[in-house]
Design a protein around this ligand. Sequence first.
Ligand code: DGJ
Length: 327
Amino acid sequence: MADITNKEYSCFNPGTRWNDQDGQPIQAHGGGVLFWEGKYYWYGENKDAPTEAAGACGYRTDVVGISCYTSDDLYNWTYEGLVLSAEPEDINHDLHPSKIMERPKVIYNSSTRQFVMWMHIDNSEYTLAKAGISVSASPTGPFRYLGSIFPNGADSRDLTLFQDDNGKAYLIHSSDWNKTLLISELNSDYTNVTGNFSRAFIDQYREAPAVFKRGGTYYMITSGCTGWAPNIALYAEATSMMGLWGLKDNPCQGPDARKTFHAQSTFVLPLQGKQDAFIFMADIWIPNNLSESKYVWLPISFDEDGIQINWSDQWDLSVFDHPETGT
Ligand code: DGJ
């Protein structure tokens, strides 16, 4: 039977325009990917709105909503629409277009059968710094917004979620005006924090956290804090999510490695069905035209010294094939 789907891509082309299956540029910035029942779901900021000046951070776009795209091969993505939309009728709502909604991450709670999304919520000047929570019974939404909190009483900016093998989940968030990163344990339904938390990288100004686990080791890649401008990434290792987290090195290698290839981390995606196969996801921000921001997806490799991320203009998932196991 003829393939009636339009599979435009058979590889990744980091930093270039990436269209969805309708030929439209993907709008999923600061995002993350969930694998669920045989499909990948990419959630991210839809920044398809004019860029304007915004306080100390320089630039912002109005809140449009959170996009969701689905894929079974990670190259070709189908737009599923906005799974959480702006609330233009209520100026006081966290999701009013005049606010900030960034870095959404989604995990699935098998006890409640809910998809749970956390995101950075802010005012237009980035001085509120809260974490928002929403839930949905379906991965393609609509998500119901539950509200925003100061997790463990702390301010919260860039964030990610990590769900451990034992079902425990954590919110990892830049706090204390970005000086310190907090790791806050989530409650059993993932919609609040438990009160159990730890601090990492105290006074070191790290943001854009992306966490993954390989064997018994937890890894966290972060960026420095330079607004929309790229800077050096660093990774850390721990034997438990709560730490201690030991800073290791810059994972990026080669030209532009000290600028994270002009990108900023957002997520690390574990490839399904392959051991030790992880994709580093990052955003190339275009500060004065944020909707044009691009994506950098690169494979992570491991050696005795730690992890490495090398630039590649073009690559595909065969880089993860391990000849010794035939997988
Ligand atoms: C860096 C953060 O990582 C982005 O998500 C965004 O909040 C910008 N700062 C704003 O300047």
